[in-house]
Design a protein around this ligand. Structure first.
Ligand code: G3H
Ligand code: 13P
Ligand code: ZN
Length: 332
């Protein structure tokens, strides 16, 4: 049993309270590899932003959960080397699928876990989340639960109310489970293809697809039911069109990739939404930079020569998110 506090990590409790009170959101960036982690820490250290390092099931399978945990421990020391005296870094399990997964992460030093029972019948979601909370709180590890199902790209978003979080359930869920934060569904979804072209309108000036707005009315009702309670948004990549254009220009084939417009995330950040999950944008930034090097320098075969530019591009993206979208700079 390793406690995260001995690794210099923090849980989300204080961080979320300050973010809700201060009207900003904490970035939760997924990582699978060293360059991503370096870019996240460099960006957070440079902007003095609290940051959540997220490890998904896919990341655990790809890179190994133990290795990722040690990388996060190293990240705390790296942040200090970069001049960030008291790094505010959370190591979080993203979309935990079972009690055993959460327990295993808690036991090895994660400071926060998500138990995603959103696909389960309500009572089973409550029971599973409660079980994880009871174990996690023994070690002061914070827990994110989820209510509502994020729309898939095939769903008819404008008619997806049944997938949205039901505001009438949130007080009961939070009270019965004791969870520390709640992920909700208000129209975001995972990946780089969040909406079909049919669900969007066309901006005649730019020729770009404009997605339907998030359900801010549902968010407002949830906030009314749970004043000041920390709310989480998954699936919040914006899918920057310049990265998509670079990928396509240098041999990629990303057609009609659409994300959540930044102004909507800015608006959400000012509300009780205090954790915003971003993964796909980092993948796009990395891929765009690598493709550009490969296209322009076909003789290059030193991985540092294409992963270095990829890291620079991700760092730029993370700093942009922190300063221009979430407003979490100078909060740590
Ligand atoms: O929730 C989804 C995240 O983007 C993680 O995706 O399981 O492919 O690592 P992944
Ligand atoms: P994106 O696919 O929009 O980056 O969402 C990531 C996420 O929600 C991770 O849990
Ligand atoms: Zn997610």
């Amino acid at each position: 049993m390793i406690n995260y506090k001995d690794l210099g990590l923090v849980n989300t409790r204080e961080m979320f309270r300050k973010a809700v009170d201060g009207g900003y959101a904490i970035p939760a960036f997924n990582f699978n590899n060293m360059e991503q982690l370096q870019a996240i820490i460099m960006a957070a250290a440079e902007t003095k932003s609290p940051v959540i390092l997220q490890v998904s099931k896919g990341a655990r399978q790809y890179a190994n959960q133990t290795l990722l945990r040690y990388m996060a421990e190293g990240a705390v020391e790296y942040a200090k080397e970069l001049g960030w005296e008291k790094p505010q870094i959370v190591l979080h399990l993203d979309h935990g699928d079972a009690f055993e997964t959460c327990k295993s992460c808690i036991d090895m030093g994660f400071s926060s876990v998500m138990i995603d029972g959103s696909h389960l019948p309500y009572d089973e979601n409550v029971a599973l989340t409660k079980k994880v909370v009871e174990y996690a709180h023994l070690f002061d590890v914070t827990v994110e639960g989820e209510l509502g199902v994020l729309a898939g790209v095939e769903d008819e978003v404008s008619a997806a109310e049944s997938h949205y979080t039901k505001p009438e359930e949130v007080v009961d869920f939070v009270t019965k489970t004791g969870c520390d934060s709640l992920a909700i569904s208000i129209g975001t979804s995972h990946g780089a293809f969040k909406f079909t072209p049919e669900q969007c309108t066309l901006d005649p000036e730019t020729g770009r697809l404009v997605p339907p707005p998030l359900a801010f009315d549902v968010l407002a009702e949830i906030e009314k039911q749970l004043p000041g309670f920390p709310i989480v948004l998954h699936g919040s990549s914006s899918v920057p069109q310049d990265e998509v254009d670079t990928i396509n220009k240098f041999g990629g084939a990303l057609k009609a990739a659409v994300g959540i417009p930044e102004e909507q995330l800015r608006k959400a950040s000012k509300s009780a939404v205090c954790k915003i999950n971003i993964d796909s944008d980092s993948r796009l930034a990395m891929t765009a930079a690598v493709r550009e090097v490969f296209a322009n320098k076909p003789a290059e075969f030193d991985p540092r020569k294409y992963l270095g530019p990829a890291r620079d591009n991700m760092k730029k993206l993370y700093i942009h998110k922190i300063k221009e979208v979430l407003g979490s700079d100078n909060k740590a």
